[in-house]
Design a protein around this ligand. Structure first.
Ligand code: 5GP
Ligand code: ZN
Length: 120
């Protein structure tokens, strides 16, 4: 299987079931990804233990990003399926730090998955 996330060279964080590492093409400084160690395509196929491990690591990632980059906010997102924009089919949770002024009008945040619908 040719999965880029089955061989992450240097995870920044890990626990028994999950890894955390920096996104190679970050949306913003400090953008991290969290994956289960087991190769699973989609979030809805994870076990509850894997979801818990991911959640625990996301909180550790948040603390790390706060300390290193001091952002003003965060977006958490998971693309599930090609129609939703998933490009790597090994579940990953995006933790994207946000900085005041990183875009002109941030209102709507993750609603921006469909750009025309971001603001309501
Ligand atoms: P998706 O669109 O599937 O939700 O997100 C895939 C993410 O993986 C993208 O944000 C992309 O920048 C990141 N990415 C792609 N290839 C690699 C890689 O080899 N290493 C790391 N660290 N991130 C990657
Ligand atoms: Zn994989």
């Amino acid at each position: 299987m040719n999965c880029p996330f089955c061989s992450i060279p240097e995870p920044v964080l890990q626990n028994e079931l999950a890894y955390g590492f920096y996104d190679i093409y970050p949306v913003n400084k400090g953008h991290m990804l969290f994956i289960p160690k087991r190769h699973v395509d989609q979030y809805f196929d994870l076990t509850s233990e894997e979801r818990q491990a991911l959640d625990e690591l996301i909180f550790k990632g948040k603390a790390l990003i706060d300390e290193k980059f001091n952002p003003d906010g965060y977006n958490i997102g998971i693309n599930i399926g090609e129609a939703a924009g998933q490009t790597i089919f090994h579940v990953h949770v995006h933790l994207i730090p946000r900085y005041k002024g990183d875009m002109e009008e941030p209102r709507g945040g993750v609603r921006g998955v469909i750009p025309d619908k971001r603001m309501y």
